[in-house]
Write a protein that binds this ligand. Sequence first.
Ligand SMILES: Nc1nc2c(ncn2[C@@H]2O[C@H](COP(=O)(O)OP(=O)(O)OP(=O)(O)O)[C@@H](O)[C@H]2O)c(=O)[nH]1
Ligand SMILES: [Mg+2]
Length: 281
Amino acid sequence: MSMPQNDPPQLQDAIADAISTATRGAGRVNILVAGKTGVGKSTLINAVFRGDLARTGAGKPVTQTTQEFTRPGHPLTIIDTRGLEVGDYERSRRELADLIRERSASTDQDRHLHVAWLCIQDSSHRVEDAEIELCGMLADAGIPVVAVLTKARKNSAFVDEARKLLPRASQVVAVRALAEWIDELDAELPPMGLDRLIEVTAQHIPEAQQRAYANALSTRNKQALEVKKKVHRRIAWSDLARFRTLEASFWCSGGSDDAGSQAVGVPGWLGRLSGGSRGVA
Ligand SMILES: Nc1nc2c(ncn2[C@@H]2O[C@H](COP(=O)(O)OP(=O)(O)OP(=O)(O)O)[C@@H](O)[C@H]2O)c(=O)[nH]1
Ligand SMILES: [Mg+2]
């Protein structure tokens, strides 16, 4: 396990202030953190919260299930997800898709996802199809995506390339969550980019909240419409069955009793469809 130890105090204050400003009076804000395994998602969360909340580590994948982190006094939740792994990509993708769908449709606004941090290791110098697909999946759900180039060096040359490769990402930000000792320079590079990450995230929050709310509303409306359609279909079939019974008895009785439809309550539209004019609506 590792934790950020060398954040300068002014950076810590800037992060705390930016989070407070971003979330003030805005209800809960939920940020989803996703990306390949080992790119530094959990380390980034610890850096933002200045704590040792999420388990991190080298070697094998660490974060196995979705975990939520909040900091007392801040209406911000960061959701750490299982890393996308080459061998098990389908499972991670499905879990993320389910999470996005369930959160987007939630009637509880506090569960909506407002911004996503798609983490890509800066030194990889490449964006994989899985990351492009994930970015599209998030953008399709109306969630603004900030591509975060992790473990980055200052003035990363990859930022511009990543912008081109991820046109659906709203922003690309390079960060270094941990201070790093560089032998060649005989110096320590301090953490960087965290304040910028919070700043660009904050810019998206008001719009993201409105959009998340609108999405949930439209999903609920769609669901309500589906229920309505099903009920209508059910009514139509049962009416038709009753109409057939009525029609059979009408012809059996010599075809003269036109009051029969009223007795069994055939709806007007069905009566009109069948050529009758006396349906009871
Ligand atoms: N030098 C340096 N190392 C980092 C940085 N961020 C993360 N790491 C290291 O990268 C390794 C993986 O970090 P994690 O945060 O566990 O990565 P993850 O994306 O959460 O990985 P999974 O949980 O397996 O998906 C750890 O050894 C971290 O210490 C950084 O900014 N600089
Ligand atoms: Mg992790």
